[in-house]
Design a binder for this molecule. Sequence first.
Ligand SMILES: *[C@@H]1O[C@H](CO)[C@@H](O)[C@H](O)[C@H]1NC(C)=O
Ligand SMILES: *[C@@H]1O[C@H](CO)[C@@H](O)[C@H](O)[C@H]1NC(C)=O
Ligand SMILES: *[C@@H]1O[C@H](CO)[C@@H](O)[C@H](O)[C@H]1NC(C)=O
Length: 327
Amino acid sequence: MASLLVVTVFLATPAILILVRLYQKSTNAICTSKKRLDGRTAIVTGGTAGIGLEIAKEFAHRGARVIIACPFKQEGSDALKTIIEETGNKNISFKLLDLSSLKSVREFAGNILTTEERLDLLINNAGISSLKDFQTKDGMNFIMQVNYYGHFLLTILLLPLLKKTGQPSEPSRIVNTSSYLHWFGRIDNENMNKSGYYWIPNYQYCNSKICMVSFSRELMRRLKGANVVVNSANPGTVGTGIYKPLGLCGLFIKNMCYLLFKTPREGAQTAIYVALDEKTGGMSGCLFGNCKESLVSPLAYWDTAKLWEESVRLVQLTDKELELSLK
Ligand SMILES: *[C@@H]1O[C@H](CO)[C@@H](O)[C@H](O)[C@H]1NC(C)=O
Ligand SMILES: *[C@@H]1O[C@H](CO)[C@@H](O)[C@H](O)[C@H]1NC(C)=O
Ligand SMILES: *[C@@H]1O[C@H](CO)[C@@H](O)[C@H](O)[C@H]1NC(C)=O
């Protein structure tokens, strides 16, 4: 009897895993756009590993100038080499960007504004999921600053170049990476920059992702008339290094996700779709998953203006900078 049970479990487990795998593979949408990007420029934050690296490679294949950004020199130069070797496109740069530092974001943006002539695509892809919940030297929650506030500041500082580049027939595009986990997040303006405040250590991750969606909507509202569209992409469950800070447990999650759900290349498809597809170029303030428009938690749109004001205060944007970006 016991041996029968063992045999059943032994046979059933792989069968279930194979079914999950097959289901996932059959529903993973692939971006089918054939659009070329010759003469275009794209920035991919976190474009040095995981989903970001796949997005960067795709843009490079299509002829774009691609700037990849991350805070690690070695990872950056390795990724640079990989992209150039695999795509034959040499118009690729790596620049240091530490999203957990307002100073680093300002330096990066300043450098882009002085060295680049155009910016067609800004892919706010970098993200961190961490059990360590602490304050950065800017006095903000680490996870929130990397995933949300850092990208908020970066986007606003780069808007003058995005607006200059966008044309009525071809708006420049901002793509934010969100997550299904945004459904669990709250926009809790009072407590969002605190550490150790929430019981669940990784809760700020959910919060950061709902903020991204909210920010997109508010930015869309404020950009009326500019040839810039802003949308969010949900990569789905993907096996990447984002789980690394979770230690051994993270390694297990990564490999299970990789096997059962999406590879980074598959996870990159929706962001690529939002960046390139003709239809998504005419939409703004929307969230996409599996290359389709998807539902947003109603909480994300509850009070987008309040989150905006609070974010402006925390990242210390001046009135002059705001005017330059949004006038
Ligand atoms: C690199 O890309 C930019 C923008 O797409 C373009 O203007 C420039 O000519 C390219 N440079 C080279 C060496 O191809
Ligand atoms: C972060 O939140 C705390 C508590 O609400 C506040 O005292 C602090 O000033 C905030 N930090 C910044 C940079 O505003
Ligand atoms: C994208 O992120 C930026 C910066 O975090 C934010 O200002 C913008 O509203 C977001 N857009 C979307 C569509 O989520």
